[in-house]
Design a protein around this ligand. Structure first.
Ligand code: ADP
Ligand code: ASP
Ligand code: MG
Length: 442
């Protein structure tokens, strides 16, 4: 369907009646915006609580056998405020609220609870726009292992959408083979949007949020960073994985498989161009790097042993030890006699001793220790391949900012350089890198 656009609106775009109006104006301005994926109401102000978080909290009370009416009423108020603010007549969510409340009392599951945020918001939006409402529970599927099942989904979703001219589909959730509701991880409405775009072979997937595109760096850390005009799926995947949360990291896969471009746009400034995400681009990069992102909460297992390079199977044995504790790793930079394995601290929690003992018995290292409170920073850009001196600019910037680099890893595609720094240096390091590269035009 080449004349079809799929549009996804995030929580802040649908946080209250005023935002709903902006969203409706955007959708109705273009008749090819046919399929709309909606999030749950997000924050209206910084100190506000997202409806998804209210639902998690409320369900936790219910599952502990505590009273949850008060919390539940606050959720009802959010929706009723939107319905009243929009002046929608002959419409009420009261029956749904009763069903949901009953399900909370009967332990319907945490994912079910969270999914109601998008379910209810999409019903309101569909009514306001006069569009069909298509429940994701019946058309988006996970397999027995809890992984998204594209084959089953496309078989059911594509014919359903083909029968509808205009529809709203709730983001964030689908069904397990036994019919229970399962959600994607947080921010997962982006993934639903991408799946719907692929199912209808959309000409574009527009992802509407509260920033004018993908910015070179997290705007909460660097003041007013420039937006990125065009970015490739591969670059974006690196940045999203490393914490640039504007688009869920898994949202790339469905659209990439079908070559559908993604346009990140701002609901509050619809005239801004935003960021185009494409498979390849001939557009030269304005700077050597395309973007910077990073995350805290990392640990490194450091292993030292003389001549480890000549020991066949050394690396495999170390990784086997991780596998035995069911832990995956992020990066594995190595030297002649040293090897470091970077792991998310949360994933390691409670398993440290078992893993260290296993490594010790398998490879008999000279030194073995875990260093925690590490942050990783990814400097990403397709332009780095052809530019000289990228590493020099990076290291000079960090040295001048007095940041000690604890680890360096460069991807073989030359698309990224990953560095590890102490968590306390994270923000300073990001700002220093941003300033160094954005000052240097290619
Ligand atoms: P939505 O609710 O619309 O899905 P999100 O909160 O998931 O929006 O994502 C948008 C937010 O991502 C922005 O408000 C911004 O704070 C944050 N963010 C982090 N890194 C970046 C980046 N590199 N570019 C743009 N926004 C970023
Ligand atoms: N509402 C869900 C969340 O807060 C999903 C989303 O917004 O994409 O994570
Ligand atoms: Mg999001």
């Amino acid at each position: 369907m080449k004349e079809t656009k799929v549009v996804k609106f995030g929580g802040s775009s649908l946080a209250d009646a005023n935002q709903f109006r902006k969203v409706a104006d955007i959708i109705l301005a273009d008749p090819t915006r046919r399929f709309v994926v909606a999030s749950a109401p997000g924050k209206r102000l910084v100190e506000d609580i997202k409806v998804t978080d209210m639902l998690y909290n409320c369900y936790e009370l219910a599952s502990e056998g505590e009273k949850f009416e008060e919390q539940f009423n606050l959720i009802k108020e959010r929706y009723n405020g939107i319905i009243e603010g929009l002046g929608i007549q002959d419409f009420s969510l009261d029956e749904d609220f009763d069903i949901i409340k009953g399900a909370f009392s009967h332990m319907a599951g945490r994912d079910y609870a969270a999914s109601r945020g998008e379910f209810l918001n999409s019903k309101v939006l569909a009514k306001f726009l006069g569009f069909d409402f298509i429940d994701a529970a019946k058309y988006i599927f996970f397999n027995e292992r809890g992984e998204f099942d594209w084959n089953k989904t496309s078989e059911k979703l594509a014919p359903k959408l083909a029968k509808s001219e205009y529809a709203v589909i709730p983001g964030f959730y689908g069904s397990m083979p036994n019919g229970t509701i399962k959600t994607f991880s947080r921010g997962g409405s982006d993934v639903t949007g991408s799946i719907v775009a692929r199912a209808v072979d959309a000409m574009i997937y527009e992802n509407w949020t509260d920033v004018s595109g993908f910015l070179i760096c997290d705007p909460r850390i660097v003041n007013n960073p420039s937006p990125i005009n065009t970015i490739t799926y591969a670059e974006l995947r690196e940045l999203a994985y490393m914490g640039a949360t504007v688009l869920h990291e898994d949202a790339i896969f469905p659209v990439r498989a079908a070559g559908i471009p993604v346009n990140i746009k701002n609901t509050n400034c619809p005239q801004d161009r935003g960021t185009m995400i494409v498979s390849e681009t001939a557009e030269p990069c304005e700077h050597i790097i395309t973007g910077i992102a990073g995350k805290k909460g990392m640990s490194v297992i450091n292993i030292e042993k003389d001549k480890m390079n000549s020991e066949v199977g050394f690396g495999r044995n170390v990784l086997r030890a991780l596998e035995k504790s069911n832990v995956s790793f992020e990066h594995m930079p190595s030297g002649v006699d040293t090897m470091s394995v970077v792991i998310q601290t949360d994933a390691l929690a409670g398993k440290e001793t078992a893993i260290l003992d296993e490594i010790r018995s398998r490879v008999h290292p000279d030194q073995l220790f875990i260093e925690s409170n590490l942050a990783l920073i990814a400097v990403v850009g397709r332009g780095m391949k052809s530019a000289r001196g990228t590493a020099a600019i990076l290291f000079t910037a960090l040295a001048e900012a007095r940041v000690n680099i604890k680890m360096i890893d460069q991807g073989s595609s030359e698309l990224n350089i990953i560095i590890g720094v102490a968590e306390e240096d994270f923000e300073v390091a990001l700002r220093a890198i941003y300033n160094a590269f954005i000052k240097v035009k290619k």
